[in-house]
Design a protein around this ligand. Structure first.
Ligand code: ZN
Length: 243
């Protein structure tokens, strides 16, 4: 029988107003996946829950299983990532990583990999990192963990190792003979960076020094790939990014 009370460590991805005084909180947890939970009274000024259920909270939570949503009965914050509130330039980046994670996972899958990636992303944004590279690496790593990794080793169509372009529709590289019309140029150096983004820890992303052309290719390839597979056009916070 499923326990009515359960505990989980998690990250708050999103909160919504619910009724007069409550909040509906989307939490990504290490142990129980992603789900929504009610924080009763969290909109009241004196609420003990209020500060612990804001977006950008990493904490330990206790839940009571209800008929519709679980209820958060207590929370013990571990980190608040205050830099997102103190620096208006950073806020959209933290929001973007949360929104992308929220959109990519349904809640059924094993979530420890997603939790650690988002935690690393939020922490690194508080440091002096190249935010453009961090976001591109995050996108590719997230897609990889979710099982949508782009094919970046040889031509997706014929296996030729000399590739020249990326096809969002086919989810991978193409050689000069196989490339059609709806492809994006992707030079071997850019492919190598994208592969390193997927394979190396997120903290290494900012150590790479791509050329202007490589940055442009990385931006086009990741946006088109995510857009094709995830309908990224609806991710509002991506439009707020300045790098
Ligand atoms: Zn080919």
């Amino acid at each position: 029988m499923t326990e009515r009370i359960f505990k989980a460590e998690g990250l708050v991805l999103r909160t919504r107003v619910l009724g007069e005084a409550d909040r509906l909180v989307t939490i990504l947890t290490w142990e129980e996946g992603k789900f929504e939970a009610v924080a009763h009274g969290a909109r009241k000024i004196k609420s003990k829950l209020a500060a612990g259920v804001d977006i950008f909270t990493h904490g330990r939570f206790t839940f009571h299983r209800g008929k519709t949503w679980p209820t958060i009965t207590s929370q013990d914050p571990i980190e608040h990532f205050l830099w997102f509130r103190e620096n208006p330039d950073l806020y959209p980046y933290g929001l973007y990583l949360a929104e992308l994670t929220d959109r990519l996972i349904s809640g059924e899958e094993s979530s420890a990999g997603f939790c650690q990636l988002l935690l690393d992303g939020w922490r690194l944004l508080g440091e002096d990192v190249d935010r453009f590279l961090l976001c591109r690496a995050f996108e590719l790593k997230l897609a990889h963990i979710a099982g949508y990794s782009p094919h970046l080793h040889c031509c997706t169509s014929c296996g030729n190792e000399r590739t020249v372009a990326f096809s969002p529709r086919q989810g991978g590289l193409l050689c000069s003979r196989c490339k059609g019309v709806d492809v994006i140029s992707m030079a071997p150096g850019t492919v190598a960076i994208a592969r390193r983004f997927i394979e190396a820890p997120l903290s290494q992303a900012g150590l790479i020094r791509p050329s202007v052309q490589q940055r442009q290719e990385l931006a086009l390839v990741t946006a088109a790939f995510l857009n094709y597979h995830l309908d990224l056009g609806e991710i509002k916070s991506r439009r707020l990014l300045t790098d």
